[in-house]
Design a protein around this ligand. Structure first.
Ligand SMILES: Cc1cc2nc3c(=O)[nH]c(=O)nc-3n(C[C@H](O)[C@H](O)[C@H](O)COP(=O)(O)OP(=O)(O)OC[C@H]3O[C@@H](n4cnc5c(N)ncnc54)[C@H](O)[C@@H]3O)c2cc1C
Length: 183
């Protein structure tokens, strides 16, 4: 779902030997090296969600200006404006979180809790923004003509790979409870 054609498979490593000069990091520190890669993946995923959310909001703004009901563009209905504003707030929050977290990673600050917050928030934010954008488009939002339904399915996927929302919250809570969250 949402990943048609994605090359998802299983890799099994059994008795593999790696030359010392091909080893990444110190012996016994493999998980830390792997987690660095996971951090990068989570940030990339969050940034993708931000870009897609921005696209979905732009679509909704454009459509709200041209689609008329009750004699006026739907953009003039307060109910539509509230959805647009909620999506703008969601996007700005995600953008700011991603930028701050990227700065923390680049400058060598601890960012375990922050990366989890960014991943969970941005992927869930995209779901909310996509949902509102479809709602603003009415029946057109459900067609495959505008690709919003494709974005909606993609958004649903993003909450699972690279750590589910529950696992991100588990990480955040553990960092908080051990005094390492550094908010
Ligand atoms: C499109 C796609 C691409 C992927 N790419 C990769 C990849 O490149 N590399 C890779 O290694 N994996 C990849 N995965 C696997 C992905 O990381 C896992 O699917 C994901 O981490 C969830 O693990 P799971 O499917 O085993 O679910 P489970 O761990 O079985 O979780 C099932 C449910 O239980 C919840 N849960 C589990 N443990 C807890 C807990 N302690 N507390 C509360 N709730 C909990 C989960 O949040 C979820 O709701 C990919 C998955 C998808 C869908």
């Amino acid at each position: 779902m949402g990943h048609l054609g994605g090359d998802t498979g299983v890799i099994v490593l059994d008795g593999v030997r790696v030359r010392d000069d091909h080893r990444l990091g110190d012996v016994g520190r493999g998980l830390a090296v792997a987690m660095d890669g996971v951090n990068a993946g989570r940030m990339g995923m969050a940034a993708s969600c931000l870009g897609l959310a921005r696209w979905a909001l732009d679509q909704a703004v454009d459509y709200a200006k041209v689609r008329k009901t009750f004699g006026v563009p739907i953009a003039e209905h307060q109910a539509i404006q509230l959805m647009l504003a909620d999506s703008a707030m969601d996007i700005y929050a995600a953008k700011t979180m991603i930028q701050n977290c990227a700065w923390r990673l680049d400058s060598g600050h601890a960012a375990t809790a922050q990366v989890s917050m960014v991943k969970a928030f941005s992927t869930e934010m995209l779901g909310r923004v996509m949902d509102r954008s479809i709602q603003i488009h009415g029946g057109m939002g459900l067609t495959n003509e505008l690709r919003l339904e494709e974005g909606y399915r993609f958004a649903r996927v993003m909450r699972i790979p690279d750590g589910t929302g529950e696992i991100q919250r588990r990480t955040i809570a553990r960092q908080l409870l051990t005094g390492q969250a550094d908010l």
